[in-house]
Design a protein around this ligand. Structure first.
Ligand SMILES: Cc1cc2nc3c(=O)[nH]c(=O)nc-3n(C[C@H](O)[C@H](O)[C@H](O)COP(=O)(O)OP(=O)(O)OC[C@H]3O[C@@H](n4cnc5c(N)ncnc54)[C@H](O)[C@@H]3O)c2cc1C
Length: 409
């Protein structure tokens, strides 16, 4: 089987971007995307904040920092070329007190080290000019942070894959991967039954199922995916003018997520959130979605036990915020005091695929693992949608090196 025939597992933004890049670079002459849902972008890609992060927070030199910065440029150019809405509405990080204000300086220097353009500290007056309804003692302004429609980007990438001769097959779940001398045998299930196909190479971009697919392909048991649900409220249409751009808290360095923020979307809606609660099912979006398999895997994982011991207080507070809407609204009211309980309505929810190691540490950086002829993306949390085209470049460059290395060895 020729090494240039590829299966890409997962029809989120990363699977679509990798499939496109494989064909664009001539690394593949045949690509088949296999997606278990009936449509693309049904999980993280279609259930996120829609923010194009500028790269403020990430440790300089990390893959997140590098691929986020290059990803922003690639994504902006892609949207211009394909007429997809991309709006640089800017973002302010808002400090509520002097202690938070002192943390802004560190974020500003990280942002500069990462090459984020135009980032600057602002005082109360300028904060008021930018966001008249927002209260804070100081801020950090990132004028190039943008919003975009990630499912639209995914659909366009998939369309380009098909135009280049690739196949995009939805409703097809991969249930087995076997790397044999004759090629990689991929077993999948669809309404047409079970079939086994042989490919030269396989790339898995399976999001919330990333660890399971990697294990299926012979990879290590760790890191595991621990699913954290993020719930949103939305502003009632008549109150959408409470914010002009993106309004974020100063992130708490002890905590992995960015905190409840206000996010206008390209369709005009304004999201408030997301919080972070343990999801009771990897692909479950409410408290009543429970998968015993997913839940027992998470609760039985010793990494999760030590994570829970360290973070139980935050976990309980987030759960209260999820169950009691007034608490959720109160978190946003700290930034927008005029916001009233009746200004919000229930919104969507997403589940973050976050890799965790056996010590309970969250894997911070993007993580790609190759074994034999199978490459698996094992950790691609935010800002992986922002970085998607750059992650695809990085991953495909690694595959090209590997193929070149095999030929010469
Ligand atoms: C609440 C939330 C907010 C976020 N906000 C942002 C943001 O503002 N900006 C940003 O850059 N990032 C954000 N992110 C992160 C971003 O959404 C993800 O990093 C990105 O979408 C990952 O893309 P993906 O293709 O890897 O995953 P997914 O979109 O989850 O796609 C994986 C696909 O694989 C498929 N799959 C899994 N197993 C199989 C199988 N066995 N066979 C076939 N198909 C399979 C799934 O059905 C799924 O469609 C956010 C995430 C969440 C959850």
């Amino acid at each position: 089987m020729s090494e240039t025939s590829f299966a890409v597992i997962g029809g989120g933004i990363l699977g679509a971007a990798v499939a496109h890049r494989l064909l664009e670079t001539g690394t593949a002459d045949r690509v088949t995307v296999l997606e278990k849902e009936d449509a693309l972008a049904q999980h993280q890609t279609g259930r996120n904040s829609g923010v194009v992060h500028a790269g403020l927070y990430y440790p300089p030199g990390s893959l997140k920092a590098r691929l986020c910065r290059s990803g922003v440029g690639l994504l902006r150019d892609f949207c211009v070329e394909h007429d997809i809405a991309y709006r640089e509405i800017g973002k302010v990080l808002v400090a509520l007190d002097d202690h938070e204000a002192s943390r802004l300086a560190d974020i500003e220097s990280r942002a500069r080290a990462n090459g984020v353009p135009g980032v600057r500290a602002i005082g109360q007056e300028e904060l008021h000019e930018l966001e008249p309804h927002v209260r804070g003692v100081a801020g950090l302004h990132s004028p190039t942070t943008a919003i975009v429609d990630y499912p639209a980007v995914t659909r366009r990438l998939a369309q380009l894959v098909e135009e280049a001769g690739g196949i995009v097959r939805t409703g097809t779940e991969v249930v087995g991967i076997d790397d044999r001398p004759t090629g990689v045998h991929v077993t999948s299930r669809s309404s047409a039954g079970t079939q086994v196909e042989t490919f030269g190479r396989v790339v898995a971009c399976a999001g919330l199922q990333a660890d399971r697919l990697a294990r299926m392909a012979g990879g290590g048991r760790e890191p595991r995916i621990v699913p954290f649900r993020g719930e949103y409220l939305t502003l009632r249409p008549e109150r959408r003018d409470l914010v002009r751009g993106l309004v974020y808290p100063v992130p708490d360095p002890r905590y992995p997520f960015l905190g409840v923020h206000l996010t206008p979307r390209v369709d005009g809606e304004v999201l408030i959130g997301p919080n972070a609660v343990l999801a009771l099912a990897r692909e479950g979006y409410g408290w009543t979605d429970v998968s015993l398999k997913d839940l027992s895997e998470t609760l039985g994982y010793r990494g999760f036990a030590s994570f829970a011991r360290r973070h139980w207080r935050t976990g309980v507070a987030e759960m209260r915020g999820s169950l009691v809407r007034a608490r959720f609204v109160a978190a946003a009211q700290r930034y927008v005091p005029e916001l009233a309980y009746d200004d919000v309505q229930p919104g969507p929810a997403g589940v973050r695929a976050q890799a965790m190691d056996r010590t309970g540490a969250l894997v911070d950086d993007f993580c790609v693992e190759t074994s034999g002829r199978i490459t698996a993306l094992r950790n691609a949390p935010s800002p992986a949608a922002t970085s998607s085209l750059a992650i695809a470049d990085h991953l495909v460059a690694g595959i090209r090196d590997d193929i070149g290395g095999r030929r010469t060895s």
